[in-house]
Design a protein around this ligand. Sequence first.
Ligand SMILES: [Fe+2]
Length: 482
Amino acid sequence: MIVSLLSLAVIGYAASLPTAFKDASLDCRGKKTAPEQLHFNYAGDHGMMISWNTEEKLELPSVLYGRGRSLDQIAFSKVSVTYPTSTTYSNHVFIKGLEPDTEYNFAVQCADENDHHQFKTSLPAGNPRPYSFAFFGDLGTMGPLGLTSYGQKDALGPGEITTMQSLNHFKDQVEFMWHDGDLAYADDWLKEEIDGFLPNTTVEAGAAVYEAILNAFYNEMAGNVTMELPYMVGPGNHEANCDNGGSGDYTDSICAQGQTNFTGFRNHFRMPSEQSGGLENFWYSWDYGMVHYIQFNTETDFLDAPDLPSGSGDENAGPFAPNGTQLEWLKKDLASVDRKKTPWIIVAGHRPWYVDETKCDACQAAFEPLLIEYGVDIALFGHKHFYERMTPVANGILDPNGLDNPSAPWYLVNGAAGHYEGLSSLTTPLENYTVQAIDTVYGWSRFTVHNCTHITQDFIASANGTVLDSATLYKDHNGCKF
Ligand SMILES: [Fe+2]
C-alpha cells in the first residue's frame, strides 16, 4: 500500500499522519524499534524491497520515500517476522510504482530524524548503459566475533582493509552487490569456542552466540554498504546449519530450534522471486540493463542435492518445493529470456563443479545441461575460499575459442571474501580448465558490462584495491549492435 503524504518532512510521523499510520507512529515510542541491519534489493523495474530489523515487532513496518531529497510518500506492510532464538524481527516493505533507473530518498520507520538513505531503482532490460557490479561468496562477520587481526588462521594484517570496507571504498563504482551464499558464518560459533577464540559457554547458551554473530554481520554490512547499494543474495550451506557441521563430540543435535534449515536466511531477505516466478531467496532472476541474472540453489531441491537430509553435506535441510520445481523453473526462466534485450545471461550458484577442490557432481548433473542448452554466458560460484578463473568449458571439454566468442559458459569461483575460517588451499596440480588461481588473498570480483559484446571481470584484493587478475569475455551475441 502506498499513500502520498505531501510535506511530511520528519521521520517520527508527525500529527499529519492519516489514522491508518498511527500504529506505526506509536511503535516509535519504545526504544526497541530503532532500525538496524538495513538493506534493500531490486524487486522488478518499478519496485524496491526495503528491509531492516528491530528488537520489537512492528505492527505496520513503513518507509517514507520520495524523488530527490523529498520524503513525500509512504509504503508499509505487515511483514515483521522472527523465529525461535532470534533476538530481532525482520521487517520488509515492498515499494512499488517507482520510476526505473531513478534515485530515491528514503527513511525507515523510527529512524533518527536525519537518518535518510538513497537507493537507485533497477536499470530496465535493454538499456545499453554500461555499469559494474560486485560479486563475492563466503563473507563472514569481521571483528571480535569473526575474522580479526589476531588469534586465527589467515588473520588480517594490522589495520588491513576488509572486504566489507573495500566494497565501501568502491561503492560509487558499482551499482549493486551479489553475495552468492554463506553469509555471516554464525554457525562458526561452536568452532570459535572450541578454538578458544571465544570464551566457552554452554550448549544451551550457544544459540545466543550464534545470533550475536549474525546480528554483528548484518550491522557491519549495513554500516559499510547495504544501506547504500542493493544487496542480492543466494543460499549457501552455512545458512542451513547452526554448528558448522558439528565438531568433536558435537553434532547438529545441539542446534536450537530455528537455527537450521535456512531459517534466518528466509526471515532476513525478500529476494525478487515473486517478480520472477522463483521461490523465496532460493531461486529467482532479475534483469538489469543488458544482462539477465539468475540465482539458483545448489543446496536443496534437486536430485542428490548436498544439503538435503539424504545429501552428502549432512545439513538435513529442505526441500522447499515439490520435486523438480527448481529445475522446471530454471528451464522456463532461461527459455523466456529475450536475448535481443538482454543478450547476456549470468547465473550464480553456491557450489562449483569446475574447481580445484571438491566438486559438486550432483550440481553439475542437475544444472550444467541447462546452462549449455540455453547459452549461458557466465556461471559464478563461491563455497571454496579462494579465487579461480576458468576457461569456458562444457561437459569437461574446453571451448577452443577461449574467451573469444565461446559457446560454452565461462566459469568463475570467488569464495575469498573472508570469514573466521580464513582461506582454503587449492588442490594441485590444477585442472586443465583453470587459467588463474589465487588462494592467499581476500578479495571480491568487479564485473563491468561494457556493451552487448564485452564483459570484464577484475579480482580485487580487498586489502589495497589492487586488481590481481583481469579478463574480458567477448561474445558476438548474433551481431548485436549496442
Ligand atoms: Fe559454502
